[in-house]
Ligand binder design. Structure first.
Ligand code: PLP
Length: 379
């Protein structure tokens, strides 16, 4: 059996045809496919506005900037995430303050958020770990009390639902960030997006994507002629190209199929592993629908993890660890003094869990192989 990676994209003929059409058109960047993709994201998520950009990291960065994060500001986020979440706060001159996670979902715990609130805190970035939505109502109510912006890092959670509303609809947040990296639910190669219902944020995001430039007449300080534009803030080139958005449009049409397939594999794993002692399976709270970005199994005993991880790799199974807690990275320890023991639940999750392969294109034989090998290793 070939190597089975923990996640991978699924590209079919409709995707390729869409990209080829875009490549043959007059404009391969900043053409019609970008707003079309954005409109499709709005329709899917239920948000009023969407801004597509070059990566999920870029989307997080401009969201923090649009929220007004700057020097000296603090932003509360989860240590159980990819580095990009916390780094985006640093890009703005702010400081990420971590709050520990729930033991079962590995999502940020609102009670821990409350302990970290100070006058300097300006925003909260919950991460929907593995595609399981965080406690958005509780987080929103904390944010409202202290006048904070809520930015959802939904890079794992396209297609997930929380209490009947789609992630990305921004029902309990100001902005939601997605990534279209190939291991995520849909891909544009590299790419990302921000959704929001707030027009003020939408207009800032558009400018931040493109050097801080506006050409809209009513926003200009003066008018020199039809060529005239103004740079009104410091933005970036975070644009995404038309052929990437063409891929995004066709991938989005396949998303529901992808989600169904992911869930079917999860059901299979749950059934295969439910009776194994020493193994704790991922949960799905009754009021959410997870988008199942990854499937993390937890071993009751730390000591088993490394052996099993190595055994999986020897059998050609690309197990992963999600994640090394961000506060334990040398950069964060060195610059902010974080240390082992600061976030015990996130650290325990790191020590005890392993991610096994889960992606829509997984064949029946592949998922059987993964389940059999894991069961054998656990004996
Ligand atoms: C993938 C990911 C990102 C970054 O997205 P890129 O598109 O790779 O820049 C940020 N946060 C989380 C939780 C992610 O999984």
């Amino acid at each position: 059996m070939e190597h089975i990676s923990y996640g991978r994209h699924s590209i079919d003929k409709s995707d390729i045809d869409g990209v080829v059409r875009a490549l043959k058109s007059d404009r391969i960047t900043q053409g019609p496919a970008v707003p079309e993709f954005e409109a499709a994201l709005c329709r899917y998520t239920g948000a009023e506005y969407a801004v597509a950009v070059s990566s999920g990291t870029a989307a997080l960065h401009i969201s923090c900037l649009a929220a007004g994060i700057g020097k000296g500001d603090r932003v509360i986020t989860s240590p159980m995430t990819f580095l990009a979440t916390a780094n985006s706060v640093l890009y703005c001159g702010g400081k990420p303050v971590f709050a520990d996670v729930h033991e079962d979902t590995a999502n940020i715990d609102p009670e821990e958020i409350k302990k970290k609130i100070t006058k300097k805190v300006k925003a909260i970035i919950p991460v929907h770990f593995a595609g399981h939505p965080a406690d958005l109502e509780e987080i929103r109510s904390i944010a409202d009390k202290h006048d904070l912006t809520v930015i959802e890092d939904a890079c794992h959670a396209l297609g997930a639902e929380y209490k009947g509303s789609r992630i990305g609809a921004c029902k309990h947040s100001d902005m939601t960030v997605f990534s279209f990296h190939p291991v995520k639910h849909i891909t544009t190669g590299e790419g990302g997006a921000v959704t929001t219902n707030r027009k003020d944020l939408y207009e800032k995001l558009l400018m931040l994507r493109n050097h801080g430039i506006t050409r809209e007449k009513e926003k200009l300080g003066r008018w020199d002629g039809p060529w005239y534009y103004e740079q009104q803030m410091l933005g970036f080139n975070y644009r995404i190209s038309d052929f990437q958005c063409a891929l995004g449009i066709s991938q989005l049409q396949r998303l529901d199929t992808f989600l169904k397939r992911r869930r079917r594999i999860v059901d299979y794993y749950n059934k295969q592993f439910s009776s194994i002692d020493g193994l704790i399976l991922p949960v799905e709270r009754p009021y959410v629908r997870s988008s199942w970005h990854i499937y993390c199994v937890k071993f009751r005993r730390y000591s088993r993890r490394k052996k099993i991880f190595e055994g999986l790799h020897r059998a050609g199974i690309g197990a992963q660890i999600h994640y090394i807690p961000v506060h334990l990275q040398p950069y964060y320890r060195g610059n902010f003094g974080y240390k082992r023991g600061d976030y015990p639940k996130a650290e325990e999750h790191y020590r005890k869990t392993t991610t096994i392969p889960l992606y829509p294109k997984m064949e029946g034989t592949e998922k059987c192989h993964v389940a059999n090998i894991l069961r054998t290793l656990l004996k």
